[in-house]
Structures are given as structure tokens and as C-alpha cells.
Design a protein around this ligand. Structure first.
Ligand code: ZN
Length: 172
């Protein structure tokens, strides 16, 4: 018996790499608009969307290839990118970037401050001391002690504890 093709309702846009919901003629709404305007089809917003502000006021920029802090769509918060350049490494899952002056699109390095959260580790002194050592090992180099205390900057790549407790930023 000859096989007959089954009509399958199109779910996504045909434009390579698009994947938006299908709207008509094989394309998503945005690509359909490009087609109807007689424009050559191109990635949505490719002409202007190198960077944009979101509704919260944060700036998104195209991430350098392979940046571990990039999102799936290839963009990254500019403040995250700038801080990772300052640190010379990607941000860890528990790290956030704070805008000192509260202006969320002011991403000058001097306006950015690295914040680190930590999971509750209890109040046992032994735990607090080991936590303090982790903090020094990770960030001590950024804030050198006047007495020349030995500190490092050795928290990257994430420890096993990081990957266990939080979704790691690193590719698998
Ligand atoms: Zn599309």
C-alpha cells in the first residue's frame, strides 16, 4: 500500500533559526510581515537589534560567542558582560551585578558592584569559618588586605557544591 503524506499543521516558522509560532505561509508573524512588505527575509530585528533596553531598563547586548552567561537567544545583560570582563571570568550562579547609582542602563564599570548570595549554611562557627574562607578564596584578590594576608581568586570554575546547589552557568 503506497504511503500517503499526512497533513501536519505547521507549528513553527520556516525561516532558519527562527522557531517562532507559525502565523501563515510557513512563516511567523514577523517574517510574514517582512514578506508582505517585499523585504528580503532576515532574522527578526537583525537590522537594529544589536542592543536594546527591556521594560525594566536593563540593556541586552549580543553576547560574545560561547559566553557562559549568555542566554539561549545569544544575548546577555550588558551589566553581566561588563562585570565578567572586569573579573576576567564568567559570573557564577550565585553572583549578581548591582548598579550603584540605581540607573539600570548605566553600565560603566565604576557604577557596577559584584554581589554574591549564599545559601543558608547554618550558624555553626565551623561552617561560618569555612564559608569565610571560601569568600576570601573567591574574592580576596579583589579587596587586598593591608597586611598582605594571602588571598586568592580561585572560585572559577564553580565547585562541586555550586553545581549541586544551583543550576550551573557552565555548559555541560
Ligand atoms: Zn519567523
Amino acid at each position: 500500500m503506497p504511503l500517503t503524506p499526512i497533513r501536519v499543521w505547521k507549528k513553527t516558522c520556516d525561516f532558519p533559526g527562527c522557531g517562532n509560532k507559525h502565523a501563515g505561509r510557513g512563516l511567523c508573524g514577523s517574517h510574514l510581515t517582512q514578506l508582505q512588505r517585499g523585504q528580503p527575509l532576515q532574522p527578526i530585528g537583525a537590522a537594529f537589534r544589536f542592543a536594546w533596553n527591556d521594560r525594566q531598563g536593563y540593556v541586552h547586548v549580543k553576547a560574545p560567542a560561547g559566553h557562559p552567561n549568555a542566554r539561549k537567544n545569544g544575548y546577555i545583560f550588558e551589566h553581566v558582560l561588563v562585570m565578567s570582563q572586569v573579573l576576567g571570568r564568567p559570573l557564577l550562579p550565585h553572583e549578581q551585578v548591582h548598579h550603584k547609582n540605581g540607573v539600570k542602563n548605566d553600565n560603566r564599570p565604576e557604577n557596577l558592584e559584584l554581589w554574591a548570595g549564599h545559601q543558608p549554611k547554618g550558624q555553626r562557627v565551623a561552617d561560618l569559618v569555612s564559608w569565610a574562607r571560601e569568600i576570601l578564596a573567591c574574592y580576596g584578590e579583589l579587596f587586598p588586605a593591608p597586611d598582605g594576608e594571602a588571598t586568592g581568586s580561585v572560585c572559577y570554575p564553580p565547585t562541586a557544591a555550586d553545581s549541586r546547589d544551583r543550576r550551573s552557568v557552565l555548559p555541560p
